[in-house]
Design a protein around this ligand. Structure first.
Ligand SMILES: N[C@@H](CCC(=O)N[C@@H](CS)C(=O)NCC(=O)O)C(=O)O
Length: 216
């Protein structure tokens, strides 16, 4: 059976899926998609994922799965012994609710305005305002998730696939100097202490020991 293939870009939202694969100790081949070079628009990649987004997971049967929450769900459901997906309707809905909000709003509406400003306006004079709006969306989103998490160690209580997804936006906050509210800062540090997370960060070119420090 062919190994799964993860099409990914270091330090991007695919890091969340990379962490889930590492937590599951799943063998896979990593293919780096160079976004700044526009590799995601080249015919070879478009043939795999016509949306031109990363991550894409090509599974053992050769079929491609896209969208972070869908990939996270599929990995959790196909590895039931790892217990990365709740088994009650309330728990399942809450994990889906958190992943949809993180990927759709905090990432898609917030950080995307900061990292991909030109996809929101063609007018360069508006760029600072668009980035500021993105930051406001992220800050509001973090305040909401901070309440959702509360004193729990992980979003669903126990570790689930939602936590690596939360981690990647916390990591972006660290890299862009957006402060994390207390519960999320504690979650981020908890994630940084996990060995699979440290392995992924090192593989993607980051030093985990340098992350999660208060700004000077
Ligand atoms: N809704 C998509 C979003 C993925 C996404 O926006 N990925 C970014 C990188 S973090 C990307 O592919 N950007 C390139 C582009 O959209 O042109 C998902 O859940 O996978």
């Amino acid at each position: 059976m062919a190994a799964m293939k993860l099409y990914m870009t270091p330090g991007s939202c695919s890091t969340g899926i990379h962490i889930i694969l590492e937590e599951l100790e799943e063998a896979f081949e990593a293919y780096i998609v160079n976004l700044p070079a526009g590799d995601h628009f080249k015919p070879d990649y478009v043939a795999i994922n016509p949306k031109s987004t990363i991550p894409t997971l090509v599974r053992n049967d050769g079929t491609a799965l896209t969208e972070v929450p869908a990939i996270a769900y599929w990995l959790a459901r196909t590895h039931p012994r790892a217990k990365l997906w709740p088994d009650d309707a309330e728990g399942e809905s809450r994990v889906m609710e958190a992943m949809a909000y993180i990927v759709g709003t905090i990432h898609g509406q917030g950080f995307a305005r900061i990292f991909a400003t030109n996809t929101f306006t063609r007018n360069t004079a508006d760029h600072d305002a668009v980035r500021e709006l993105g930051r406001d969306i992220v800050v509001k989103g973090f305040a909401i998730l901070n309440e959702t998490l509360g004193p729990k160690p992980y979003l669903a209580g126990n570790f689930s696939v939602a936590d690596p997804i939360l981690f990647y936006v916390e990591f972006w906050a660290d890299k862009t100097g957006i402060p994390l509210p207390d519960n999320l800062a504690a979650h981020y540090r908890r994630m940084l202490a996990r060995l699979p997370v440290q392995r992924v960060l090192r593989e993607e070119g980051y030093n985990p020991a340098a992350l999660g420090k208060p700004s000077p």
